[in-house]
Design a protein around this ligand. Structure first.
Ligand code: ATP
Length: 257
């Protein structure tokens, strides 16, 4: 679904992302971890087409991102940036309904999809609220619902890509898990998910693979137990850690400090 080959991105003549290669297949969740300033959001902006690569390329279903029509992009690729500014007095229902703009599925079908997306993020009770009056976490869940509504289709075979930049940053622990569970669930309907996170344990629990970047370079890419090791965590994040095995899920649990 998403193939990134030898990608470099420059900002103001400075290399921010250097020679990164990876892929995410439908059915997979890839978590991207890295310290502040590592280049995660810059990488994200190249995946969404907001920034052009200096070298390398981003392919979606073997096609360069730039060759994909706007409509196909809008129905296949859901993008949740770190923050989405919206200062008009839209209701939450209206905000989520914006996700259906690329579709011509009709009012009734759209209403069903919008409600389902809002229920999935535990925000249906907010549907009549004015978006600007919401808390930070509530706003983040509304935007997630909008993006989910945008890539929802009855055609379960249609390959889709969900790009999430720190989708849990404003959420309480229960909604953090809900968000990642939802991302996981979406992989069952031919969706590939790339998610930028700061939480090792959310990544370990929900991602198939973790890619760690530091100073714009890919340090490691592999399954959570291969990646989450005290030596790497110290080297990249400059913090001591111990790793134990989760007794229920058999995934690494990182104890920091
Ligand atoms: N528009 C810009 N002009 C100059 N430097 C920039 C610009 N955007 C990003 N940078 C720099 O590029 C580097 C990578 O930034 P980026 O936002 O990609 O990091 P990040 O890994 O997403 O960090 P965080 O975890 O803090 O969100 C940083 O040093 C940042 O200061």
């Amino acid at each position: 679904m998403l193939e990134v080959q030898n990608l470099s991105v420059n900002i103001q003549n400075k290399t921010i992302i250097e020679n990164i290669t990876f892929e995410v297949m439908p059915g997979e969740v890839l978590a991207v971890l890295g310290p502040n300033g590592a280049g995660k959001s810059t990488l994200f902006s190249a995946l969404t087409g907001e920034r052009l690569p200096a070298t390398g390329q981003v392919l979606i279903n073997q096609q360069p991102l730039s060759a994909i029509s706007d409509n196909l992009r809008a129905t296949q690729i859901g993008v949740l940036p770190q923050s989405s500014a919206l200062s008009f007095a839209f209701s939450c229902y209206e905000v989520v309904s914006m996700g259906r703009i690329p579709w011509a599925t009709g009012k009734d079908k759209d209403a069903e999809i919008i409600q389902q997306a809002m229920e999935q993020v535990d925000a249906w009770h907010l549907c009549d609220r004015i978006y600007t009056s919401l808390s930070g976490g509530e706003k983040q869940r509304i935007h997630l619902a909008r993006v989910i509504a945008q890539i929802t289709t009855d055609n379960q075979q249609a390959p889709r890509l969900l790009l999430l930049d720190e989708p849990t940053s404003a959420l309480d622990p229960s909604h953090q898990h809900l968000t990642l569970q939802l991302a996981r669930q979406l992989t069952a309907s031919n969706t590939a998910v790339l998610v930028i996170l700061h939480d090792f344990n959310l990544a370990a629990r929900y991602a198939d693979k973790i890619m760690v970047i530091k100073e714009g370079k890919q340090v490691v890419l592999g399954e959570p137990p291969e990646v989450l090791k005290p030596g790497l965590i110290k080297e990249v994040f400059d913090i001591e850690s111990q790793i134990i095995n989760h007794p229920t899920y058999q995934v690494p649990v990182v104890l920091l400090g």
